[in-house]
Design a protein around this ligand. Structure first.
Ligand SMILES: CC[C@@H](C(=O)O)C(=O)SCCNC(=O)CCNC(=O)[C@H](O)C(C)(C)COP(=O)(O)OP(=O)(O)OC[C@H]1O[C@@H](n2cnc3c(N)ncnc32)[C@H](O)[C@@H]1OP(=O)(O)O
Length: 300
C-alpha cells in the first residue's frame, strides 16, 4: 500500500538528514554545534557561491567574490555547504566543475573574517565546518574538477584537493601559503594532498609554501592537464570538454563509477569490496546493461 504523501515526505527528509550526518565527520558528539557555527559565520558577509546545473549533467560551481580574489567570507562558507546539499540531491548530475569568478580561483579564507575569528574555539569550529563540507563534496557521486585559473592559495589550494581532478590554465598557480600565515591546512587539505602527491612532495609543498605552476603540478600528479587557454570563458569550455570524456554515458553508470572509486579510495579493502558488490548490483541488469547486451558493441 502506498504511503500517504506526508509520511513519504517525512521519510525522505529523515533519510536525507541521516545521509548528511553519515557523510559528515563532526557532530554534537565532537562538541560541534552546527547551527551556532553558521550563526557566527553569517556575521561575515560578502560574495556568493553559485551553482548552475546543465542539461548534460555537469554542474558549474562558481566562487564569486572577485573583489577579494574570491576569498571565502563567512556567508560563502555557509553557501558552499548549501550548494553541496543541492548537489547531493541532484539525481541527474554526473560531473562538477569548480572555478572562480574574474579569472582567478580562490585566495583562501577572507583574512578580514579570520582576524575576527582568531580565538581557538572559532578556529576549530570553522575547521570542522569546512572539513564536513569538503568531505561531502569529495564523496558526491559526481566526477569533479577544480579549474585553476589565476591563483589557488591557502584554503583555495585546499579546496582543489577535494576535487577528483585539477586542471590548470597557463600562468596559474597553486600555493599552500599556510606556513606564511603561521598555520597548517585545517580544511583537510594536508591529508588529501598526501594522498594525491605522496608524503615527500606534500612536505615540500607545505614546508616551503612552494609556488606550484602548471608544469610542476603536472610533474607531481597534482594537475591532470594544462589547458591551452588562459581566457576565462574559453578555459571553462575546455574544462567542460575534458570532463565530458568521463561523464558521457548513462547517468546511473557514471555515478556508479564514482561511487566504486570513492569506496576504493576511502575504505579498507574488505569493506570496499562489499560496497563495490552492492554498487555493481545497481547496474547489473539495468537499462544500460541490457541495451549494451542487445547491441553487443565491439570494444575496439
Ligand atoms: C584558515 C586560514 C587559511 C585556510 O583557510 O586554510 C587561509 O586560507 S588564510 C588565507 C590565505 N591566503 C592568503 O594569504 C592570500 C593573501 N592574498 C595575497 O597574497 C594576494 O592578494 C594574492 C592572492 C597573491 C593576489 O595578489 P594581487 O594579484 O597582487 O592582488 P591584490 O593583493 O591586490 O588583491 C586584490 C584584493 O583582494 C584582497 N585579498 C586577496 N586575498 C584576500 C584574502 N584571502 N582575504 C581578504 N582579502 C584578500 C587584497 O587585499 C586586495 O584588496 P585591496 O587591498 O582592498 O585592493
Amino acid at each position: 500500500m502506498a504511503l500517504p504523501l506526508w509520511k513519504n515526505l517525512l521519510q525522505t527528509t529523515k533519510k536525507r538528514i541521516l545521509q548528511q550526518r553519515w557523510l559528515s565527520l563532526y557532530n554534537g558528539a565532537h562538541g560541534y554545534e552546527e547551527e551556532l557555527v553558521k550563526k557566527k559565520l553569517q556575521q561575515f558577509s560578502g560574495g556568493s557561491v553559485n551553482l548552475s546545473k546543465e542539461d548534460n549533467g555537469i554542474g558549474i560551481l562558481t566562487l564569486n567574490n572577485p573583489k577579494l580574489m574570491n576569498a571565502f567570507t563567512g556567508t560563502m562558507i555557509v553557501e558552499l555547504q548549501e550548494r553541496v546539499t543541492e548537489l547531493e540531491n541532484w539525481k541527474d548530475g554526473k560531473g562538477l566543475i569548480i572555478h572562480g569568478a574574474g579569472n582567478t580561483f580562490c585566495s583562501g579564507s577572507d583574512l578580514n573574517a579570520v582576524k575576527e575569528m582568531s580565538n581557538s574555539q572559532d578556529g576549530m569550529n570553522m575547521c570542522m565546518f569546512m572539513q564536513n563540507t569538503l568531505t561531502r563534496l569529495m564523496r558526491l557521486p559526481l566526477i569533479s574538477v577544480a579549474l585553476v585559473q589565476g591563483k589557488a592559495f591557502g584554503g583555495g589550494a585546499e579546496l582543489t584537493t577535494a576535487c577528483d581532478f585539477r586542471l590548470m590554465t597557463p600562468g596559474s598557480e597553486i600555493r599552500f601559503v599556510h606556513k606564511h600565515m603561521g598555520l597548517v591546512p585545517g580544511w583537510g587539505g594536508a591529508a588529501r594532498l598526501v594522498r594525491i602527491v605522496g608524503s615527500g612532495a606534500a612536505l615540500q609543498l607545505l614546508g616551503g609554501a612552494a609556488r606550484v605552476d602548471p608544469e610542476r603540478a603536472l610533474r607531481l600528479g597534482l594537475s591532470e592537464e594544462t589547458l591551452p587557454s588562459s581566457d576565462e570563458t574559453t578555459a571553462l569550455g575546455e574544462a567542460r570538454a575534458w570532463l565530458n570524456q568521463y561523464t558521457e554515458g548513462p547517468t546511473t553508470v557514471i555515478r556508479a563509477v564514482k561511487k566504486v572509486v570513492t569506496a576504493g579510495r576511502e575504505l579498507p579493502l574488505e569493506a570496499a569490496l562489499r560496497t563495490e558488490k552492492d554498487i555493481f548490483g545497481t547496474v547489473w541488469g539495468g537499462p544500460a546493461n541490457l541495451q549494451a547486451l542487445d547491441r553487443r558493441p565491439k570494444q575496439k
